[in-house]
Every structure is written in C-alpha cells, then in structure tokens.
Design a protein around this ligand. Sequence first.
Ligand code: GDP
Ligand code: MG
Length: 177
Amino acid sequence: GDGSQQKIDYVFKVVLIGDSAVGKSQILSRFARNEFSLDSKATIGVEFQTRTMLIQHKSVKAQIWDTAGQERYRAVTSAYYRGAVGAMLVYDITRRQSFDHIPRWLEELRGHADKNIVIMLIGNKTDLENQRAVPTEDAKEFAEKEGLFFLETSALNATNVETAFLTVLTEIFNIVN
Ligand code: GDP
Ligand code: MG
C-alpha cells in the first residue's frame, strides 16, 4: 500500500534550532520530502513535517519541528521544546557568527528540554567548502566537550542529511528500548 494504513510504533518529536538562514528549513525539506530550494523564503506557518522510517523492524514516525522566524535569542517558546526527544542544533559553516551562537542555543535547549534529549550539532552548507569559516575540528572539539553528536551536512546536495536524522532517531530508539 501507500503506507497510509501503516501501524506506527513510535512517534519521536525532534526540534530544529539555530540562527536564521543556516538552512534549518531546507534540511527539513530535504529529509521529509527530498526537496531543496535555493530561494527559500523565511519559514511561515508550518509547525512540523513528518517522515516514517523503519528502525530495527519498528516503524518510527519522526515529527520534525521547524522554527517560524523565531530565531532571535529567547524568542522560541517553551511549547516548541515540549516533548522533544531529539534536537538538531544547526550552524552554517560559512558564517562564523552562527557557530559562535551555538552555546546560547544549547543553553536555551538545556533550559527547556528533557535532560535526556539527544542532540546533534550540524554544520550545514558543506557544498560551499571554498567559503568555509568554521574549521571542522573546532566544531568536533565543541561537540565532544558537550557530549553532542556532530556531522557536517549539505541540504543542497543531500550530504549527510539522512544520516544525521537516522543517527538521532536510532539513539532515541535505543534509549526507549
Ligand atoms: P533557515 O532560516 O535556517 O530555515 O534557513 P533556510 O533553510 O531558509 O535556508 C537559508 C538559505 O540558505 C536559503 O537560500 C537556502 O536555499 C540556503 N541553503 C540552505 N541549505 C543550504 C545548503 O546546504 N547549501 C547551500 N549552498 N545553501 C543552502
Ligand atoms: Mg526556516
């Protein structure tokens, strides 16, 4: 069938956070619909998108939440974080400032979310390697220090997007099982 009558074993809420324009909405679009747009407008309206995947023979519905232009410091409300079991903390490898703001986002996340939340640090836009402003090593070191998963992605050419979500969802799955 088309999967519409598929039995769902788990629903996992995952939130996307990080500065404006780092590529959160395009990462989500790539993961949920395998689509990408270079002229994506600031996110409006849509709260979340879903995709159902099989993990160890169970069907897991990932419910991925995207901020709707609330990326200013402390503008994301606690309702956004409520019930989240995973988080994608995104910066743009070509914009140093977006990486420098990661500790703030992490602090806000830890202030609102469950203490067992699984967190993936994502350096997006690796297709723009010639404009890189954040060395991989800096992010890797930060992630290790903070106990986060870490991957670099490109929503444009789809590098590591699937792996990033699968890693987080599998880790959550292992925690609840
Ligand atoms: P958001 O504000 O974090 O949701 O960022 P968007 O997803 O709206 O993306 C902001 C801009 O960056 C848009 O012009 C996207 O097309 C572009 N963008 C997003 N991901 C990538 C990527 O992996 N590579 C490149 N080159 N551009 C990207
Ligand atoms: Mg957006």
